[in-house]
Design a protein around this ligand. Structure first.
Ligand SMILES: NC(=O)c1ccc[n+]([C@@H]2O[C@H](COP(=O)([O-])OP(=O)(O)OC[C@H]3O[C@@H](n4cnc5c(N)ncnc54)[C@H](OP(=O)(O)O)[C@@H]3O)[C@@H](O)[C@H]2O)c1
Length: 239
């Protein structure tokens, strides 16, 4: 049976990924800080729910008391502010969760991962292009893609692949927060804010969780065995 670990499995994209693999018959471990959210994701599927903060070295290490075949570093946070107003604490927090969390997750996974293993990071189109008022997030996601590219070359001879998926705006709590932030900033409705946010996407709509899950499922599938170091945009053609 395939063993799958999903960080940030208590909501949004991570929840969709975890449920996909569980419904396929894998043994799925999900992690995040909120135990109740993990339980909601499980919904009786028999997932292993383990609370952990991905930015905490000891807590991440403790998750890997067994080897995993597929490890998805999905946990992440956003932060919206002009760079000039970004505190060091906010900057550091975004890097700690998005970048260091991915580093720790992949490093600990590699200590026991066997040939055929798959490391997948949920990055963002913000890892492939810039955008105003989200410099810490953009920097963290560019760095995640750098990590994926470097690690892909390092682990290739072990028969392990390392890839990223890069969604545009996805209809999750994080996507909702972005819409609410734009609505508040410009004094416009949620609908107008959503339209503004998706205006850079040629398909002019939010991406669904299932559309991101499909990309992750492909990278984890046997058919993707020669895809390595790739950043797969799920963005309707935005980039
Ligand atoms: N939604 C979008 O538009 C979008 C677009 C591109 C990329 N992404 C990326 O997709 C990933 C998932 O985001 P989402 O949209 O599904 O948002 P979400 O619903 O807010 O999910 C983020 C998850 O990360 C977990 N998390 C946050 N900080 C953590 C920490 N320190 N330790 C452990 N877990 C932590 C949260 O759980 P706890 O709070 O319980 O810890 C939560 O379950 C993120 O990496 C995000 O950057 C999202």
């Amino acid at each position: 049976m395939q063993r799958v670990l999903v960080t940030g499995g208590g909501s949004g994209i991570g929840r969709g990924i975890a449920r996909h693999f569980a419904d396929q018959g894998a043994e799925v471990t999900i992690t995040g800080r909120r135990a109740d959210a993990l339980k909601d994701t499980d919904g009786g599927r028999g997932m292993i729910c383990r609370s952990a903060d991905v930015a905490d070295e000891a807590q991440v290490s403790a998750l890997f008391d067994q080897p995993f075949d597929i490890v998805i570093a999905n946990a992440g946070i956003g932060h919206t502010a002009k760079l000039v107003n970004t505190s060091l604490a906010d900057w550091q927090n975004v890097l700690d969760v998005n970048l260091t969390g991915t580093f720790l997750t992949f490093r600990e996974a590699l200590k026991s991962m066997q040939a055929g293993g798959r490391l997948i990071a949920v990055a963002s189109t913000a890892g492939l292009q810039g955008g105003p008022n989200i410099a810490s997030y953009v920097a963290s996601k560019h760095a995640v893609i750098g990590l994926v590219r470097a690690l892909a070359k390092e682990v290739a001879r072990q028969g392990i692949t390392c890839n990223a998926v890069c969604p545009g705006f996805v209809d999750t709590d994080m996507g909702d927060a972005a819409v609410a932030g734009v609505a508040q900033k410009f004094g416009i409705s949620q609908e107008e804010a959503a339209a503004r946010i998706t205006s850079g996407n040629p398909m002019r709509r939010m991406i669904t969780v299932d559309e991101v899950v499909s990309a992750v499922a492909f990278l984890a599938s046997p058919g993707a065995s020669m895809v390595n170091g790739h950043s797969l945009a799920v963005s309707g053609g935005e980039i």
